[in-house]
Write a protein that binds this ligand. Structure first.
Ligand code: AMP
Length: 208
């Protein structure tokens, strides 16, 4: 699979297509669903096209419902085994069926100008870490915004900062992500994120 240079255009002024990573869980406190719906609404109101995992449940479904309710184009990318289980959202603009999870993850990032990450479990972590890893290597260049609803990501962010303090990542790498608390802050964070370019490869290795 080709992973080099997933995104040639990304930059603070060219954010049209936003990939959203979010939990599949149906068992969360209501505040998480409300925030996810609101994120979908604000992205839609800002004219963004949304790409996500295609699930109808959890924060994924809430975000997609919010975006669709405000007229956004929302595309799901789903592996065939999940489609067969009928776990996909029924009302999307488009649903792309792919062979497996790996292809899905790649397709979600390919063509997307930015990533928004809502609270989630291991599936969401894997997705956001892939985006950050490719960004560190200069292979994908867009903003990565974490929505820290209820302080859900506080310990996750502590761990990332710990990784920088211990020199597993450099200080510059801590500028790969931006954190907001409220859905209303997401669009500004996307457009205000520090520009990133392929030169990131020159400082990908700490200590060189
Ligand atoms: P998790 O955070 O572990 O709940 O996983 C959610 C992430 O993994 C989402 O961003 C999706 O891309 C993917 N995912 C997990 N479960 C599903 C599902 N039932 N339908 C669609 N995508 C899913």
């Amino acid at each position: 699979m080709q992973t080099e240079h997933l995104n040639h255009q990304a930059g603070p002024r060219g954010i049209h297509r936003v990939t959203v990573y979010a939990a599949s869980s149906r068992a969360l406190a209501p505040a998480y669903y409300q925030a996810a719906t609101r994120v979908g609404e604000v992205l839609a109101e800002a004219g963004k096209t949304i790409v996500f995992g295609g699930g109808g449940a959890g924060l994924m479904g809430a975000m997609a419902d919010g975006a669709l309710s405000r007229g956004a184009q929302v595309y799901g990318i789903v592996p065939s085994f999940l489609q067969e289980l009928e776990l996909s959202h029924a009302g999307l603009t488009g649903l792309e069926i792919v062979a497996d999870m790996r292809t899905r993850k790649h397709r979600m990032l390919e063509e997307s100008d930015a990533v928004v990450t809502l609270p989630g479990g291991c599936g969401t972590y894997e997705e956001v870490f892939e985006a950050l890893t490719l960004k560190r290597l200069g292979l994908w260049l867009g903003p990565v915004v974490l929505v820290n609803t209820n302080g859900f990501y506080d310990r996750f962010l502590d761990f990332l900062e710990h990784s920088v303090r211990e020199r597993f990542m450099g200080e510059a790498h801590a500028r790969m992500w931006n954190v907001v608390r409220e859905p209303e802050e997401v669009v500004e964070a996307l457009h205000g994120a520090q520009a990133w370019d392929r030169d990131a490869l020159s400082f990908a290795n700490v200590g060189d």
